[in-house]
Design a protein around this ligand. Structure first.
Ligand code: ATP
Length: 222
């Protein structure tokens, strides 16, 4: 079996926190490949203006250079309509066949809402979940969310929960990296430095394409 990580997000833009999650996934789970999967139109961000898919994919491709186990998938851009995880997972299963063992990486904030996702029970049956603890995004731990949302799961070992008929839930251990895409966008719009928060190639790309221009610059253009 091949261990395949699936890490979905908006990645608008990708930053060092996303890459640290990827590295922790490789290390802790021994993944063979980790796919970064940008959502083309995320169902939970339908009211926000999002950078075009092609730019987000291009920035991700620059960000993952140098780690051969990181792969960027444009699978969600090839489908029309909202990007539902269950559809993406089924497509990966069709593409990679029965030899793939899936680990779906997700932030604790998103995982806490998992019961609102399309066919979430089927998702839990078909892929292991790897939940990132993001203490800055709330005071709950992975263990508390599992206990609250999934009382049938038993803790099999520290940070690993199992339930008959479902795949396991893992807590991803990583040093907190206090950065988010919204922080990056806000900084750029205020004309502040972001060089230490995202890979250099991505900084160059977004400067070249004038993504998230500073408010002054944007006003001047109009
Ligand atoms: P935004 O600030 O626009 O909401 P984001 O930084 O949370 O974006 P997403 O693309 O929405 O980025 O995130 C994809 C996944 O990565 C989510 O599950 C999110 O919780 C997780 N994530 C994002 N930033 C970090 C970080 N610094 N540390 C750990 N996980 C993160």
């Amino acid at each position: 079996m091949k261990k395949i990580g699936l890490f979905g997000g908006t990645f608008d833009p990708v930053h060092n926190g996303h890459l640290a999650v990827g590295q922790a996934g490789l290390r802790q789970l021994g993944l063979d490949t980790l796919y970064f999967i940008p959502a083309s139109s995320p169902p939970h961000k339908s009211d926000q203006l999002i950078t075009p898919f092609t730019h987000r994919v291009a920035m991700l491709r620059l960000a993952v250079q140098g780690e051969p186990r990181f792969v960027v998938s444009d699978i969600e851009g090839l489908r029309s309509g909202p990007s539902y995880t269950i559809d993406t997972l089924m497509q990966f299963r069709r593409n990679l066949g029965p030899e793939a063992d899936f680990f779906f990486i997700i932030g604790l904030d998103a995982f806490a809402d998992i019961t609102t996702w399309k066919k979430y029970q089927e998702l839990l049956n078909r892929t292991a979940f790897v939940v990132i603890d993001r203490p800055s995004h709330g005071c709950m731990s992975v263990a508390q969310v599992v206990r609250r949302c999934f009382p049938d799961y038993q803790e099999e070992a520290k940070g690993i929960w199992g339930c008959e008929g479902s795949q396991r839930i893992y807590a991803l251990e990583m040093e907190p990296v206090p950065v988010s895409s919204s922080m990056i966008r806000d900084r750029l719009r205020r004309g502040e430095e972001i060089g230490d928060l995202i890979p250099a190639g991505v900084v160059e790309y977004l400067q070249h394409h004038r993504l998230f221009p500073a408010a002054k610059e944007k006003g001047g253009e109009n």
